[in-house]
Design a protein around this ligand. Structure first.
Ligand SMILES: [Fe+2]
Length: 264
């Protein structure tokens, strides 16, 4: 069994018009620079996971820009929706020709489950009853291999009041399901635009900086961090363990500026 090199990029927040900026950053340019940097400096990825907020304006053109940008990775791309995404458009545009939308997959000797936590018109996340049932089904189908579960909203508080208010509102139900399946090793999220790591029993919970702009950890309201765009490498090892590290661009793209996230 071979180890698997996984590249995670998250929260690119693309627009139909690639000139549009968010948080003071040209998000299309920032994603392009992140992918170029990751692919130049890192190992060739066996797969890429993208943990939501792929588009920001619910336009087909944004997902088309994303598809073109990710094709440069030369690896299968696994996508799931964030609060700013349009899940129907994503399922139509990002589920063929090297892209998979949600569902489950096998990567080498590992299993991957991609979940949909999107709640229409709301910034928080929730796993619908049918999605929790699918998680059970997928984990049963992948009971013979270590598993990585991906979703947009982290299932536990990250320590920032404003972000924790728009977290996964039924995180406990999610954690109850994964506690019944001992092969789940890692839960990988986006949404919080910052590095986060915690443990839930034997399960490692990770969240990852955005490819555009970062939020300052442990704040009551939205404060921008002056960290550059980032991404994460994960090596899914043959023995079921995971090695992970962040990558960062060498400099900021644009000048970080807070938006009123609650009203977006
Ligand atoms: Fe985001």
């Amino acid at each position: 069994m071979q180890s698997v090199q996984l590249l995670q990029v998250t929260d690119p927040h693309l627009f139909g018009d690639p000139a549009v900026e968010l948080y003071g950053v040209n998000t299309a340019e920032s994603l392009r620079l992140v992918l170029a940097s990751a692919l130049a400096a890192g190992p060739a990825p066996d797969a890429v996971v993208v943990t939501g907020d792929i588009g920001d304006d619910m336009s087909a053109a944004a997902y088309e820009h994303f598809r073109r940008a990710l094709q440069s990775c030369g690896a299968p791309v696994f996508c799931l929706p964030g609060n700013h995404d349009d899940p129907v458009l994503m399922a139509r545009m990002l589920d063929s020709h090297g892209f998979q939308y949600c569902g489950r997959a096998r990567l080498g000797g590992w299993g991957l489950v991609m979940l949909d936590t999107h709640v229409p018109g709301r910034p928080h996340g929730r796993l619908a009853a049918a999605e929790l049932e699918r998680l059970e089904t997928d984990l049963h189908a992948l009971r013979d291999v270590p598993v990585l579960v991906c979703l947009h909203h982290p299932p536990v508080p990250v320590g920032s009041a404003w972000l924790d208010g728009v977290g996964l509102h039924n995180g406990d139900a999610f954690l109850e399901v994964i506690a019944r399946h001992a092969q789940v090793r890692v839960v990988l999220a986006g949404h919080v635009h910052q590095e986060f790591e915690a443990w839930h029993g034997p399960v490692r919970l990770l969240a990852t900086p955005s490819t555009c702009a970062q939020f300052m950890p442990r704040t009551d309201r939205c404060v921008m961090d002056r960290r550059p765009p980032g991404y994460r490498w994960l090596t899914l090892q043959e023995d079921g363990s995971v090695a992970t590290r962040l990558g960062w661009l060498p400099a900021l793209v644009g000048e970080p500026r807070a938006e009123d996230e609650m009203r977006r």
